[in-house]
Design a protein around this ligand. Structure first.
Ligand code: NDP
Ligand code: MG
Ligand code: MG
Length: 315
């Protein structure tokens, strides 16, 4: 953390990750300015939390270390317009995810150090665990080291946001980007959401009550996953009944089949060769029409309505 204490730090963006990095670093003793666009609703929120706030241009101009925490798809334009013209030689440019560097969507000039600190959890968890005296694990990587101490700065950043309390792992931009995208698409977000939806619909279509279907296929997911996170699969299986364990072995492989794994390999190839990245950037250029349409449609699913009612009952 010492490596950051004599430096001025800018956090660009005050969303999920931005607010967490800015507040945690301030509480760790760093000199932090949040960079925001004019008219941002977050301007007063950050100020009320005790942070200095400036335009992105001014925040970058006055800083030695600049962390890009606006959404991946807007980083190229924010970088070109507001960051690059104000970034001094020998400054350190940080990212919370390797996407734009790995796929060459942002190409920082040669005199700038480039590093990554990617927390392995949502921003709100990065902030909450820090305030509880704990932390969120972080992946750290260096893409370009001009001044010879970029890794120290990256490590100091990760420590300052609380990462050292949970573990800091060194990686590369390529590995972080490709594994992060694969994980969220095939398993954590895409895979799990579709698995829960398909299970829920199968029960409801067979005439079971939406409430039972929701409990079995959605609500209980967390209980099982918590056991896996705490003690691994063997430990989770020692907690469930023998009936559940036997069913797990018999049926799991009928649901996630060799075909599923073949498709996962295709998904990974499309991440590796840049197909997914280009599709996502095109979607952004077209106004995110598909993303917004699907978001709207998914939010209306019966499972969401039932879930809201049940969560209300459980508090
Ligand atoms: P958010 O969507 O939460 O970022 C919102 C912030 O970006 C707001 O302050 C918003 O401004 C600002 N912003 C949005 N568009 C613009 C624009 N055109 N010009 C200037 N500012 C803009 O981002 P995340 O925190 O989700 O993601 C940030 C980075 O962190 C990404 O690289 C992501 O991959 C990575 N990451 C995210 C994780 C997460 O849990 N969300 C987990 C790990 C990494 P305003 O205040 O005006 O609304
Ligand atoms: Mg991600
Ligand atoms: Mg059960």
């Amino acid at each position: 953390m010492e490596k950051l204490l004599n430096k001025r730090v800018a956090v660009v963006g005050y969303g999920s990750q931005g607010h967490a990095h800015a507040l945690n670093l301030m509480d760790s003793g760093a000199d932090v300015t949040v960079g925001l666009r004019e008219g941002s609703a977050n301007w007063s929120r950050a100020e009320e939390a005790g942070l200095k706030v400036a335009s992105v241009e001014d925040a970058v101009k006055g800083s030695d270390v600049v962390m890009m925490l606006v959404p991946d798809e807007v980083q190229p334009e924010v970088y070109e317009k507001s960051v690059a013209p104000n970034l001094r030689k020998g400054a350190y440019l940080g990212f919370g995810h390797g996407f734009n560097i790995h796929y060459n969507k942002v190409e920082p000039h040669q005199e700038v150090n480039v590093f990554m600190v990617a927390p392995k959890g949502p921003g709100h968890m990065v902030r909450r665990t820090y305030t509880e005296g704990k932390g969120t694990p972080c992946l750290v990587a260096v893409y370009r080291d001009v001044t010879g101490d970029t890794k120290d700065v990256a490590m100091a950043w990760a420590a300052g946001i609380g990462g050292r309390r949970a573990g800091i792992l060194e990686t590369t931009f390529k590995e972080e980007t490709e594994t992060d995208l694969f994980g969220e698409q095939a398993v954590l977000c895409g895979g799990v959401s579709e698995l829960m939806r398909a299970g829920y619909e199968t029960l409801v279509e067979a005439g079971y009550s939406p409430e039972s279907a929701y409990f079995e296929c959605v609500h209980e997911m967390k209980l099982i996953v918590d056991m896996v996170v705490e003690g691994g699969f063997t430990s989770m299986r020692s907690s469930i009944s023998n009936t559940a364990e036997y069913g797990d072995y018999e049926v799991g492989k009928r649901i996630v089949t060799e075909d599923t794994k073949r498709e996962m390999k295709k998904v990974l190839e499309e991440i590796q060769d840049g197909t997914f990245a280009d599709k996502f950037c095109t979607e952004y250029k077209n106004g995110m029409k598909n993303l917004k349409g699907t978001r709207e449609e998914k939010s209306k699913h019966q499972m969401e309505v039932v879930g809201e009612r049940l969560r209300g009952m459980m508090v």
